[in-house]
Design a protein around this ligand. Structure first.
Ligand code: FES
Ligand SMILES: [Fe+2]
Length: 362
């Protein structure tokens, strides 16, 4: 299953520097590169001459040179130079490579996957900019042998937390979620929830990070603070989780308390129908010292590993929309809405079987 005519986030901006790189989307190898002004471009990662990977080539100003025989392509993918050719030897008309519209926003590279004219890229205005000093930012990725829709559903599934994440931040003593709001647009599903376990997470996160820092040791064993946190009523002003799913492949989770905020941006890039590359960015508004990075990074890695072994076990691998085998319940708020949206996209012709190929004339 692939959603077409939409902007896929495919790479972290920080991974695309001067040198071209190769990424994979639905088994298509795509070369990303930056021109001399720093704008990103996307082109099929295969030179039509003898098939070398353009991502192993180099950027010459606003053009890309194949590493094998030096053919040079412009930003539209048209071959403009064949170094070995004599002046009377013309460049073949077929010497061009498919390109994709490419944009950059909030530290992510996006490409338009489809045959129609690209729509404006939705503004992810809640995601902090990379240079925003309010935040300490960490980045990473994890490859899962799982379908990307299952990954998205997992990241927006709030009722699994006390069970799958009981070893990290989930508290299995209270599995209730208290939904407060949901909102649905053609691109974005969001849910705000209050959970009693948020308070537990805040308590443990703050404590364990504080213990890393010698000048914070005095925070250890403060029963009054624990009692105060546990006695609090659950209310949005006290803290809440905000979960947003931006179609086709971004999940943005915000855990917000007044003085304590953690954001997790998850991008599930469909490498194939069986494999997903989960790119992540973690933002924290507190303890911005690099000394706390290892602790925060290990928490994200553990959280993803806890999900991975469950999500990889799911059958069927790809959820069936027309004859669902999953027995969804009212508590599966975002999953239910996501599948409704996908069905609607299918009716409008924007959901294709996985092996359908995109064709585009360049
Ligand atoms: S394979 Fe690219 S120039 Fe020959
Ligand atoms: Fe999870």
């Amino acid at each position: 299953m692939q959603l077409t005519d939409t902007w896929y986030a495919v790479e972290l901006s920080s991974n695309l520097k001067q040198k071209p790189i190769s990424i994979e989307l639905f088994e298509s190898k795509i070369c990303l590169w930056r021109d001399q002004k720093g704008f990103p471009h996307a082109i099929v990662d295969r030179c039509p001459h003898k098939g070398a990977a353009l991502s192993k080539g180099k950027v010459l100003g606003d053009q890309l040179q194949c590493p094998y025989h030096g053919w040079i392509y412009d930003k539209q993918g048209k071959c403009v130079t064949i170094p070995a050719a004599l002046p009377e030897q013309a460049i073949p008309k077929k010497a061009c490579v498919q390109t994709f519209d490419c944009k950059e926003q909030r530290g992510l590279i996006f490409l338009w996957w489809g045959n129609s004219e690209p729509e404006p890229l939705p503004d992810l205005n809640l995601v902090p900019n990379s240079d925003d000093s309010t935040w300490r930012v960490l980045e990473g990725e994890a490859i899962w042998e799982a379908h990307w829709i299952r990954a998205l559903e997992g990241f927006t599934d709030l009722t699994h937390v006390p069970f799958v994440h009981s070893g990290s931040f989930g508290n299995s003593s209270d599995a209730r979620v208290l939904p407060t709001k949901k909102s649905i647009t053609p691109y974005c599903l969001s849910q705000t929830i209050l959970t009693p376990r948020d308070r537990e997470y805040r308590k443990t996160q703050r404590w364990s990070i504080n213990q890393l820092l010698p000048f914070n040791k005095k925070k250890k064993n403060q029963p009054e603070e624990v009692a105060a946190v546990e006695a609090n009523e659950v209310s949005e002003s006290e803290g809440a989780q905000y979960v947003e799913l931006w179609l086709p492949n971004i999940v943005f989770i915000r855990v917000v308390f007044s003085d304590f905020q953690i954001y997790l941006l998850l991008v599930s890039v469909p490498i194939s129908g069986q494999r997903t590359r989960n790119i992540w960015k973690h933002f924290r508004s507190f303890l911005k010292t690099p000394l706390a990075d290892n602790n925060a990074r290990n928490r994200v890695i553990k959280f993803l590993q806890e999900d991975q072994h469950i999500i990889e076990s799911i059958e069927p691998h790809c959820p069936s929309l027309e004859q669902p085998k999953d027995l969804l319940h009212d508590t599966d708020v975002v999953t239910i809405e996501l599948r409704k949206l996908l069905r609607k996209k299918g009716k409008n012709g924007f959901l294709q079987e996985y092996d359908a190929t995109l064709s585009k004339n360049t």
